[in-house]
Design a binder for this molecule. Structure first.
Ligand SMILES: [Fe+2]
Length: 306
């Protein structure tokens, strides 16, 4: 028969060991299962003039690709079956200097479709370890301010490869593409998270001759959203937030890592007179390889008449 001391020792260790086991199981689920549990979200967005034909936009973001992420590569590649009329990539595509080839492999046949892109900070800078809990009380923007580094990832080669396929670089630029039967005007900015956004370069009212006007950026910073909306852009597309990445059941994201409010950390919402779609993103920083209650995603946005 077990002694009183033995039972007491077992009780003392039972709770911490149980918590440790639950923590390890949660980490395993978040880093192995949910991180590779890709979802496609779909929204209709009523932004077209009456009578115009609808078009499908595939919005991808925050792949943070590193070599060897074969599930992510295969899943993104399979999205071509959706037959989107346009692909919008809102940045943080790579997180490794050897990831351009794998990223182009992931896009595969999507590169033959009309496309536009902007950079995110992680296209320029190699990932460094940060305590993920810090995002709860401050954004990572101050990390870039405090230790300014020269970009060490081949983001220009990434951009050249996408441009070679005919995609438009919208970093602080205006652009125009025929998408399906529509004449689409774009305005885009570089990443505000590292102070590379220059809205003044694209500022001004949209061209009323275009059928629809899309604003493209990495981080959904409200001061830029305000300006896009004031200039008449119909739909604003952004990423960066990872949807909170590690969320609390029945509560949601703990942080957005930028100025956008928590309820708009991902999904389709309004911003003044515009629509705003924030992608929850496809990946994670390799330094924080887990997602919880926030599966990786891409979005098919169908633009329909108002
Ligand atoms: Fe990201």
């Amino acid at each position: 028969m077990e002694s009183w001391e033995g039972r007491t020792v077992r009780k003392i260790y039972a709770v911490p060991l149980g918590l440790l086991g639950a923590g390890a199981a949660t980490f395993g689920y978040a880093s192995v299962i949910e991180r590779n549990w890709f979802r496609l979200r779909r929204f209709d967005v009523p932004v077209l003039p009456p009578g115009r034909p609808s078009v499908k936009i595939l919005h991808i973001s925050d792949a943070h690709l590193t070599p060897g992420r074969s599930r992510l590569i295969r899943w993104v590649r399979s999205l071509d079956a959706l037959e989107p009329d346009l692909v919008v990539n809102t940045g943080d595509s790579i997180s490794h200097r050897d990831a351009i080839g794998p990223f182009l492999e992931a896009l595969g046949p999507l590169l033959d479709r009309p496309g536009v892109f902007v950079y995110g900070s992680n296209d320029l800078y190699s990932p460094v370890f940060k305590n993920p809990l810090r995002y709860i009380w401050r954004t990572s923007k101050s990390d870039y301010k405090r230790s300014p580094r020269e970009p060490d990832l081949p983001y220009r080669e990434l951009g050249s490869s996408l441009q070679a396929a005919g995609w438009l670089d919208l970093d602080n630029r205006i652009g125009r593409l025929k998408v399906g039967e529509l004449d689409v005007e774009f305005g885009g900015i570089d990443d505000s998270h590292i102070n590379r956004d220059r809205y003044d370069k694209v500022a001004g009212p949209v061209d009323p001759q275009a059928d629809v006007h899309l604003g493209v950026m990495h981080s959904p910073e409200p001061r830029n959203l305000d300006r896009f909306a004031a200039d008449g852009y119909d739909l604003l597309l952004a990423g960066h937030t990872h949807g909170g990445q590690v969320c609390v059941p029945f509560y949601g994201a703990l942080a957005t890592n930028c100025g956008i409010d928590r309820p708009r950390v991902k999904g389709l919402h309004r911003h003044q007179g515009s629509w705003l779609h924030v992608s929850g993103g496809l990946g994670t920083s390799p330094m924080a390889p887990m997602r919880f209650c926030c599966p990786p995603e891409a979005t098919l946005l169908t633009l329909v008449p108002r």
